[in-house]
Design a protein around this ligand. Structure first.
Ligand SMILES: [Zn+2]
Length: 260
């Protein structure tokens, strides 16, 4: 059974959906039985939501985040490292949400200052996931969802020709309850990517794809972040990300149809 200190130590990773299943379950069990930790968790969720909305509203969320991280790293480097007995789950430089919120206020308040963003020690996949999620949230704002709005794959697929150096697959899945809504170009990991957009009842499903830079096939993995489900896999030299607030079961079903 996890105690309060261990739970607090893991809350950031828990909110980000980055804990291994066993630890996530242990945290959830503690939260269910401890009012104080539960309150701390709710406060953290509110901070994360507020900050994420702020970042999305901002015209250049990626640039802002890079600045915030850079500012925070400088601050952290001035402090001595703390040693804890808690299990180490952080990958590379993880940004505690509370600290990120504080730094964001500073950066926004002094938006004239220029900070040089240094290289992130976070895996390429974690970075891609973050950008894909930001892109998904941005796409939900009015007039951001599609560049070509059409429920006909014969309009959407050719639209990408000449705009990208590869052609995303645009299968017809309307009969299975996933109508095509259109497509758009987006920008992830420093390159233009194809986004094909499907619907499911009131839910939007964004399907990202781009040529993989390295690595063989990667199996499909599901992560959850801030209430969104993200599926990632890599086949035949193409990176695929699918993002939606649709439940995981139906999203898996969608991807199975997509892969056919
Ligand atoms: Zn507790």
């Amino acid at each position: 059974m996890m105690n309060c200190d261990q739970t607090r130590e893991l809350l950031d990773a828990y909110v980000d959906g980055e804990l291994p299943a066993a630890q996530a379950i242990a945290v959830a069990e503690h939260l269910a039985t401890c009012a104080e930790c539960s309150e701390a968790y709710e406060r953290l969720l509110t901070t994360v939501r507020t900050l994420r909305e702020g970042l999305v509203k901002y015209r250049a969320p990626d640039l802002l985040r890079a600045r915030v991280r850079s500012a925070l790293r400088e601050e952290q480097e001035e402090r001595p490292a703390t040693v804890t007995a808690a299990p180490k789950v952080r990958r590379g430089v993880r940004m505690p949400w509370r600290a990120l919120a504080a730094a964001a206020v500073l950066v926004v308040a002094s938006s004239g200052i220029t900070l040089v963003a240094t290289r992130e020690h976070v895996s390429a996949e974690a970075l891609a996931r973050d950008e894909v999620l930001t892109s998904h949230i941005r796409s939900l704002m009015p007039a951001h969802l599609t560049d070509v709005a059409s429920n006909d794959q014969h309009n959407v697929k050719p639209w990408f020709n000449g705009r990208l150096d590869f052609s995303p697959s645009v299968p017809r899945l309307e009969d299975a309850g996933f109508p095509l809504l259109g497509g758009r170009l987006d920008y992830v990991r420093g390159r233009p990517v194809a986004v094909v957009v499907y619907g499911r009842r009131q839910h939007v499903i964004n399907v990202f794809s781009w040529p993989a830079e390295a690595g063989g096939d990667a199996p499909r993995t599901l992560t959850t972040s801030h209430g969104y489900n993200l599926l990632h896999w890599r086949t035949d030299g193409v990176e695929h990300w699918v993002v939606s607030d649709l439940n995981a079961a139906e999203l898996q079903q969608f991807v199975t149809l997509l892969e056919r």
